[in-house]
Design a protein around this ligand. Structure first.
Ligand code: P53
Length: 487
């Protein structure tokens, strides 16, 4: 195998999905704390109290009614509030990561743990200390932290005041990011500004719905503010410590045309531009691509973009391109004969691939395709910071968990990474998603498990929280020890 000798093998999590302790240590609530549990069929809701004091619920990414505030309401379970309680278990969990031989661990910092409402001038000291302790614990085992600054968990207070449609949130984010860079200088070197920043536009038309022009207008505006916030953070991160390696984080879905009809080929190309290249181009090249005019015009989008924004985008380009990869999808202009419908995926079924219980296509070659295409486009170091299989696990009588399907999934993806490296791609790291079982972002379920480490916790929030090693735990340990030779 041809993995470089200092290749960063590891695993990935996000604060809102593992940490819990939502109201401990001076933390304020994030929107994810008011998001209910769902399933592949039942969407997740965000709950609130309206201006007349009545409880209500709405779908994610839809506007909060005037005068309402997010709140816990009776009859719902909010899985992210407690998650898998990394807040209290981090020492035990990190020891298990070290046992697997992790070189890196990806985690995120909960914004509302440092800035409970998001608007405070000074950060919450207890929150700062919590992450300092986590980073020190990682360093104890020579595990390099890889830290996402924003992973889907904007403070609820900011969300109630316009969220990312409010330009002022850029300053709030920049203050938060600056605190992270300053406080953890010397402890953290690898940073990601926004998790899957491209989701806002890429998933606008999911679930068979057609987004309105107003929805496009808002989505592109949100993205613009986030891209500016990211670029400002990159500049500050570099000024604080020139050793910092700061990356973008793109939800990487490889797209293929379903037929050789030129209409499909063209549609597929346009989907790459809208879904994947749009953000990567801004973050890696420092400017919007030529195709954005077409994309904006299509939906009569007029953005608030200043001259200063454009300069920021230019000066805040990233040092590495990082992305998640789970699956590929098909694009077609033709009537669909065979449709896939899972959570976050809908569209034509690829007859050459198999699908997970959540409808996600198993496509390791799609990862090679993505790596080679993106490296050619940006020529920056790449890191795969999420990849994994969400699956049902069965605990045997003796407590063992035989997750051969997960091992098979990883093995095939790692083989393709190796080929890409042989072809010249500068791939520097790989962190598998949910190295410890966690709350699913899409469905809020626990039973959609990703971990090498099992956590005894169910969809209703019941369980002992006990951690145990799955078969894949021992397998990944060998992979790391042999630097990818022993698959
Ligand atoms: P879950 C959709 C499609 C691809 C990746 O997803 C996605 C999503 C949003 O759910 O998100 C990333 O938990 C995300 C993680 C998330 C992971 O993929 O729905 O960065 O927070 O948990 C897996 O199975």
């Amino acid at each position: 195998m041809s993995f470089p000798k200092d290749f960063l093998w590891g695993g990935a999590t996000a604060a809102n999905q593992v940490e819990g302790g939502w109201n401990l240590g001076g933390r304020g609530p994030a929107l994810t704390d008011f998001t209910t549990g769902g399933s592949v069929k039942e969407p997740r809701y965000e709950t609130f109290i309206d201006k007349d004091g009545n409880p209500g619920k709405k779908l994610q990414k839809t506007p909060l009614p005037e005068g309402a505030h997010y709140a816990v309401i009776d009859g719902y379970h909010y899985p992210n509030q407690q998650a898998v309680d990394f807040y209290h278990h981090y020492k035990e969990d990190i020891a298990l990561f070290a046992e697997m031989g992790f070189k890196t661990f990806r985690m995120s910092i909960s914004w509302s743990r440092l800035y409970p409402k998001g608007i405070e001038k000074e950060p919450n000291k207890e929150g700062i200390e919590f992450y300092r302790n986590v980073f020190k614990e990682l360093r104890k085992y020579n595990i390099e932290p890889l830290v996402t600054i924003w992973h889907f968990d904007t403070p609820a207070y900011l969300e109630e005041h316009g969220g990312w449609l409010n330009r002022e949130v850029i300053d709030d984010y920049v203050r938060f990011a600056t605190t992270c860079f300053t406080e953890y200088k010397g402890l953290v070197k690898y940073w990601l500004t926004f998790n899957e920043i491209n989701n806002t536009v890429m998933f606008l038309n999911m679930f068979g719905k057609t987004a309105t022009d107003k929805e496009y207008q808002d989505a592109y505006q949100i993205l613009h503010y986030q891209l500016v916030a990211s670029a400002k953070a990159v500049q500050i991160g570099h000024a604080i410590d020139q050793e910092n390696m700061i990356g973008c984080m793109i939800c990487g879905i490889t797209r293929y045309p379903a037929t050789c009809d030129p209409e499909d080929i063209l549609k597929n190309r346009y989907e790459w531009e809208k879904g994947i290249f749009y953000c990567g181009d801004v973050q890696c090249k420092g400017r919007y691509g030529t195709y954005v005019k077409r994309l904006w015009d299509e939906h009569h989008v007029k953005l608030d973009i200043t001259e200063e924004d454009l300069l920021d985008l230019q000066s805040g380009t990233v040092d590495m391109y990082t992305f998640s990869y789970y699956m590929s999808s098909l694009e077609t202009t033709h009537q669909l004969k065979d449709k896939v419908s899972g959570n976050f995926v809908s569209g034509a079924r690829n007859e050459y691939l198999t699908y997970s219980d959540w409808g996600w296509a198993f496509d390791p070659k799609g990862l090679r395709y993505y790596l080679e295409m993106i490296y050619d486009r940006y020529e920056l170091p790449l890191m795969i910071v999420e990849n994994g299989l969400g699956a049902y696990d069965t605990v045997e009588e003796d407590g063992s968990i035989h997750d051969q399907y997960r091992i098979d999934y990883y093995r095939e993806h790692i083989k393709e990474m190796n080929i890409a490296i042989e072809h010249g791609v500068d791939l520097i790291g790989y962190t598998t998603w949910g190295c410890i079982d966690l709350v699913s972002a899409g469905t809020g379920e626990m039973r959609k498990r990703y971990g090498f480490i099992y956590v005894d916790m169910d969809d209703e929030g019941k369980g002992s929280m006990k951690r145990s090693r799955k078969d894949s735990f021992y397998w990944y340990k060998q992979v790391i020890a042999s630097n990818g030779d022993h698959l």
